[in-house]
Design a protein around this ligand. Structure first.
Ligand code: SF4
Ligand code: SF4
Ligand code: SF4
Length: 570
């Protein structure tokens, strides 16, 4: 039955996959891809799971496909890096049941540590890629991707960007198709990638790409719109929509099936138009290929490779302007009032510790005025960078900090590495029983699964001991002795883990009692402002204000005030 639903790009893609008979979905939360798995977890007939990281998600989804069921892997762009090992080889093995990979890229770094353009993953891995420019297209392409996957025995990538993933649109949806599982057959030549088998599979993969290119030539998602021939634009994704808005009368070649390139279609289109432009967000993925075909085109200045496109920027590109970078004037992100990460960073700052950090809300500890976090590279790197910094700068100066979800994702292997290589140093696990930054998803240390049902709970203390930490201790993140405990463990000639535990304020809203603020005692020394809590600030008259409504009573500000103007409630 047809119906109209208001869906985001993530939800529309998930809906299309569901209707295509999807039975297994695996992901690790990461903006802007998180909502795909969250949407799929609502269906009883989809086995949807949060995995501990993107590699395990990819492998379980591939395994489900090998078993014969339609499956999907989804993650943000940097998550695909974690899954690259199985991804590259799955291009050789091919699939059983249809298998779709979703990469949700983040131009403009709304919530990411880099701005990589994962269209290149398609070329690098030799896998076909769709790229929708709207939720409706994401819905249609999800269905087409499963069919293509089974027709060509290949994983198929769908690339979203934040703008498409989070935009909402009315989408005409339908009913679920009940698909038969593909029969599983033992086939070592297909699934066992020893060199002899893999070599043959590589030859087959190159031949498959030629066939996929022919598909691209015919694909309904590669559309030539011939209008005014004085200006032709080749574009993909949201770049197509922006260009169409600015130049409605131009001719367009909209690439929705972006890899392998539909060379003949591109050549024909280039011949039709007088001046050819390629409009694309981020890197010159299409531009370089079109040039490689010997076609002359007008390219954008390299300054437009950074950040998101807009209609205004598209106009500037065509006018041949260089992009003028404007300083961001967005409000500074800040930890929630009463966030348990704040007390840890406040203690680390007072100890003048050199802190290797990780990916999560606690990355905000790097910003002024806390400035208590000094490196952030990728998931899990806090542990291994702590290992090296401790070796060369002294373990009594260095601390690593990592969240519970990130520790399970890829911190455990780092801790094993540190123990195996006899490192000394202190790792603090900021355990707020939550994957907070992406919207409070559960993880193995919370004891709840993606469908909200109880499951086995990973005990962090036990896993840290088993990984080889010499000393493992647990403390309430707001314990008065926190700073002394950190100092004590930093001085040990050992590999130590301190689990600083307190629930995230997003899941634990029960208030402790707010401190008492006596404004007459306040000398406006500013010490309490250094902890960067939104519930305490300087007002227009330059006086300190304590917002008892926002305050959750963590008392970190009270411990900072030497003048008893802020006093912990008794
Ligand atoms: S969401 Fe939770 S972990 Fe993140 S800043 Fe807020 S309280 Fe802290
Ligand atoms: S630390 Fe105490 S005295 Fe200093 S500004 Fe804050 S409330 Fe006032
Ligand atoms: S007690 Fe102080 S630091 Fe804690 S939430 Fe309230 S105002 Fe913020």
């Amino acid at each position: 039955m047809k119906r109209i639903e208001l869906l985001s790009g993530d939800e529309a893609l998930a809906r299309g996959a569901y209707e295509a008979g999807l039975k297994f979905a695996a992901s690790y939360p990461g903006t802007p891809a998180t909502e795909i798995l969250e949407y799929l977890a609502n269906f009883d007939d989809v086995d949807a799971q949060w995995s501990v990281n993107e590699k395990t998600a990819y492998e379980t989804a591939l395994g489900a496909s090998i078993a014969g069921v339609r499956s999907i892997y989804s993650s943000k762009h940097v998550g695909v890096n974690v899954a690259m090992d199985p991804l590259m080889t799955s291009a050789y093995t091919g699939i059983g049941g249809g298998f779709v990979i979703v990469t949700a890229d983040d131009p403009q770094l709304q919530s990411s540590q880099n701005e990589q353009d994962n269209r290149f993953i398609a070329k690098f891995s030799k896998l076909p890629m769709f790229e929708p420019s709207s939720p409706s297209e994401a819905y249609k392409m999800a269905k087409a991707a499963f069919d293509l996957s089974e027709r060509f025995d290949t994983p198929v990538i769908i690339r979203l960007t934040t703008r498409v993933a989070h935009t909402k649109e009315n989408v005409e949806t339908g009913d679920r198709a009940e698909t038969e599982n593909k029969p599983f057959a033992v086939n070592a030549a297909k699934y066992v990638m020893v060199p002899g088998h893999a070599y043959k599979k590589h030859i087959a993969l190159e031949a498959k790409l030629v066939e996929l290119q022919k598909y691209g030539e015919q694909s309904e998602f590669n559309i030539a719109e011939i209008n005014d021939k004085s200006m032709g634009i080749i574009a993909d994704g949201t770049a197509y929509l922006y260009a169409k808005e600015v130049f409605p009368n131009a001719s367009f070649l909209k690439l929705g099936f972006v890899y392998p390139f539909a060379d003949e279609k591109i050549k024909r289109f280039a011949k039709e138009v007088k001046e050819l432009y390629v409009i694309e967000e981020q890197d010159p993925f299409i531009e370089e290929h079109v040039r490689g075909l010997g076609i002359v085109l007008k390219a954008k200045d390299i300054s437009y490779r950074i950040g998101e496109l807009t209609p205004v920027l598209v106009k500037e590109i065509v006018e041949g302007k260089i992009k003028v970078e404007k300083a961001a004037d967005a409000r500074k992100p800040v930890l929630c009032p009463g966030c348990s990460h704040r007390s840890v960073f406040y203690a680390l700052k007072k100890l003048k510790a050199i802190v290797s950090g990780d990916i999560g809300c606690y990355t905000l500890g790097a910003l002024k005025p806390l400035e208590a976090l000094h490196t952030t590279v990728c998931m899990g790197a806090s542990v291994t960078i702590m290992e090296s910094l401790s070796k060369y700068l002294g373990h009594d100066k260095v601390v690593g900090v990592i969240g519970d979800s990130t520790f399970v994702h890829s911190g455990i292997t780092g801790l094993v590495d540190a123990a195996y290589n006899q490192a000394k140093g202190l790792l603090i696990i900021l355990d707020n029983s939550n994957t907070a930054m992406t919207g409070s998803q559960p993880n193995p240390s919370t004891g709840v699964n993606a469908k909200g049902k109880p499951t086995k709970k990973l005990i962090l203390e036990e896993i840290c001991k088993a990984a080889g930490a010499d000393i493992v201790e647990t403390i309430n993140a707001f314990d008065k002795n926190l700073q002394n405990k950190i100092k004590e463990l930093m001085s040990k000639e050992s590999l130590c883990v301190l689990i600083a535990r307190f629930p995230c304020r997003m899941i634990e809203r029960g208030k402790m009692v707010a401190p008492v603020f006596n404004k007459d005692k306040c000398i406006v020394c500013g010490a309490c402002l250094q902890i960067d809590c939104p519930a305490i600030y300087k007002n227009m008259e330059g006086k300190i204000t304590h917002d008892a409504f926002l305050c959750t009573g963590c008392n970190v500000c009270a411990s900072a005030c030497k003048f008893n103007a802020l006093q912990a409630a008794q």
